[in-house]
Design a binder for this molecule. Structure first.
Ligand code: ACO
Length: 338
């Protein structure tokens, strides 16, 4: 984890992509025994995006990445490293990152996937920060992308109402001493990453790996789909999001009062609300889009971040706290001054 006297890394550009198909709560009412009222009250979600047939994870990643590169004024040929955070890769092998590399026309460079579920983007940001800090890399593309609609059991009302598809990306580079007009350093101020395998079974896709290779029987039992004990996650989410965020602030020598915006992983409105409340950040400083996009796992933070940048909400010199928790369980936080 990084504790910085001066930021070494800064965000050069951001982008996101959401597939066009919208699946509303009313659509779900026709598919499973649920109601718009239940979903809205328990999760805050009204609709989510679904990827059309023929489009794959690396396509979503590509559209988000192209927008981030354009926003950064960086060509794909300048990239030194590509990290793709995802739990829904194009295929188990090779990495989705190399398909993205191919589609972007990026040069030969390290390109790899990272599996930390909803916390994946924070993990990717922290790893990129370490490589840039050593001077080893100058232009790192990090992408959070999920095509969860293909691994959701659309007959399971306890999970299918929560998730959506999408991609978000950032191009990171050296901070090079960049400062705000009033002389404060711009860039990644701190990151904090954690995992606790004791809760590994709370959220998983049980079959399709070495533990349980797929058989016709397992496919019929939908063991290749997401299985979740929602209450397990709920119980630890608020506490862990709070503590990781507090740690990231402490590492940067800051307090919740120094935070201009909080950009939390869009897991469930109740979880986010409680975590932000506990942290003591004012609700009006909380960014949210869960109502429109649902839980897009690793894509959640970069989509929300980029939407907020493009809407003119996030401005140069402001401090943004990102935090996420998901399967693993893995969680973390990152503090950035724009
Ligand atoms: N529609 C209607 N009823 C439902 C639905 C639904 N979609 N889903 C569950 N129910 C029912 C249950 O069957 C249960 O009925 P019962 O009392 O007759 O048994 C009742 O509603 C209450 O179920 P709970 O599981 O107790 O409901 P809860 O208030 O905990 O909400 C939820 C469930 C939304 C999943 C919640 O636990 C949650 O958000 N947990 C965190 C999960 C999460 O955020 N996961 C993602 C984070 S990790 C990541 O992002 C990958």
């Amino acid at each position: 984890m990084s504790q910085l006297t001066a930021p070494r890394t800064r965000i050069l550009g951001t982008g996101h992509y959401l597939p066009e198909i919208v699946r509303t709560n009313l659509d779900l009412e026709k598919m499973v025994d649920t109601t718009d009222a239940w979903i809205t009250e328990r999760t805050g979600i009204k609709e989510r995006r679904i990827t059309p047939e023929g489009m794959v994870t690396s396509d979503l990643a590509r559209f988000a990445a192209e927008r981030a590169l354009e926003n950064a004024g960086v060509a794909a040929t300048e990239l030194d490293m590509i990290i793709v955070a995802t739990v829904t890769p194009d295929m188990p092998m090779p990495a989705t990152a190399v398909f993205l590399q191919q589609k972007l026309g990026a040069p030969v460079c390290p390109a790899f996937d990272l599996s930390a579920a909803c916390a994946g983007f924070i993990f990717a940001m922290s790893i990129a920060d370490q490589f840039i800090a050593t001077g080893a890399m100058k232009r790192v593309l990090i992408v959070g992308v999920e095509l969860l609609s293909r691994v959701i059991d659309w007959s399971d009302r306890t999970t299918c109402v929560l998730f959506g598809d999408g991609a978000g990306a950032m191009v990171l580079g050296p901070a090079d001493g960049a400062k705000t007009d009033d002389g404060r350093a711009r860039g990644v101020l701190s990151t904090k990453l954690l995992s606790d395998g004791a809760l590994a079974q709370s959220l998983m896709i049980p079959s399709g790996g070495s533990l349980s290779p797929l058989t016709h029987e397992l496919l019929e039992q939908r063991q290749n789909k997401v299985h979740m004990r929602g209450q397990d996650i709920f119980k630890v989410a608020v506490k862990n999001l709070y503590s990781a965020s507090k740690n990231a602030l402490e590492l940067a020598g800051m307090t919740p009062d120094d935070v201009d915006w909080i950009c939390p992983h869009q897991a469930n409105m109740r979880i986010i609300d409680l975590a932000v409340q506990r942290l003591g950040v004012k609700r009006e400083r909380m960014l949210t889009n869960i109502e429109r996009v649902g839980n897009t796992s690793s894509a959640s933070i970069p989509i929300l971040f980029d939407e907020s940048v493009r809407a003119g909400k996030l401005k140069e010199g402001e401090t943004v706290l990102m935090c996420a928790l998901g399967a693993g369980i893995s969680w973390g936080s990152a503090l950035v001054r724009l």
